[in-house]
Write a protein that binds this ligand. Structure first.
Ligand SMILES: O=P(O)(O)OC[C@H]1O[C@H](OP(=O)(O)OP(=O)(O)O)[C@H](O)[C@@H]1O
Ligand SMILES: O=c1[nH]c(=O)c2nc[nH]c2[nH]1
Ligand SMILES: [Mg+2]
Length: 169
């Protein structure tokens, strides 16, 4: 454990995620046609489903990845260790969209791009450290921002800013 480099929280609603996925679809429609989609599990699965619907793509495969020892954003930030590839895809990815929810440090992207160098790599969100690895993305967020996806959240009480212990004011 160490101090987290994430000082900002960026919650994303289902509606925003859907809207950003559709914005991405518009750009990808112009760049196609595409043979199919390869989703990077698990975060790439939801954007992949929306892109598949908008671009009328039926051929969908997965690269299945786990990061060791990541259990919250602090650990994730400090964890620069190995990725474990549970399942890959044959070929070099030519003509395919390779989809993930976000690129942060670029560790996942680097690894998967090496496996599928000719795929067109797309993410919904891109932080500066990983952005050069992405071919097309919907939105940029700063490196010190932790994105909260709707599937990771529940509707609950929000502590007023003034009452938070780390309140800088
Ligand atoms: O650019 P990086 O620093 O590699 O971070 C980005 C990756 O981290 C998250 O996946 P995670 O490994 O947390 O697993 P998940 O998709 O199963 O939630 C996210 O979905 C990206 O795949
Ligand atoms: O939910 C997440 N939000 C993030 O900002 C992030 N960066 C790496 N992995 C992440 N997972
Ligand atoms: Mg992921």
């Amino acid at each position: 454990m160490g101090q987290s480099p994430y000082s900002k929280d960026f919650p994303v609603t289902w509606e925003e995620l859907h809207r950003n996925s559709r914005a991405l679809s518009w750009r990808l429609l112009e760049l196609g046609p595409w043979k199919g989609i390869i989703a990077i599990t698990r975060g790439g699965l939801v954007p992949a489903a929306i892109l598949a619907r908008e671009l009328d793509i039926r051929l969908i495969d997965t690269v299945c990845v786990t990061s060791y020892g990541v259990n919250d954003e602090g650990d994730a930030a400090m964890h620069q260790g190995e990725l474990n590839i549970l399942k890959s895809v044959e070929g070099d990815g030519e003509g395919f969209l390779l989809v993930d929810d976000l690129v942060d440090t670029g560790k996942t992207a680097r690894c998967v791009r090496e496996m599928l160098p000719k795929a067109h790599f797309v993410t919904l969100y891109a932080k500066p450290a990983g952005r050069p690895l992405v071919d097309t993305y919907a939105m940029e967020v700063s490196q010190d921002t932790w994105i909260r996806f709707p599937w990771d959240m529940e509707y609950t009480f929000s502590t007023p800013l003034a009452d938070r212990t780390n309140n800088p004011g």
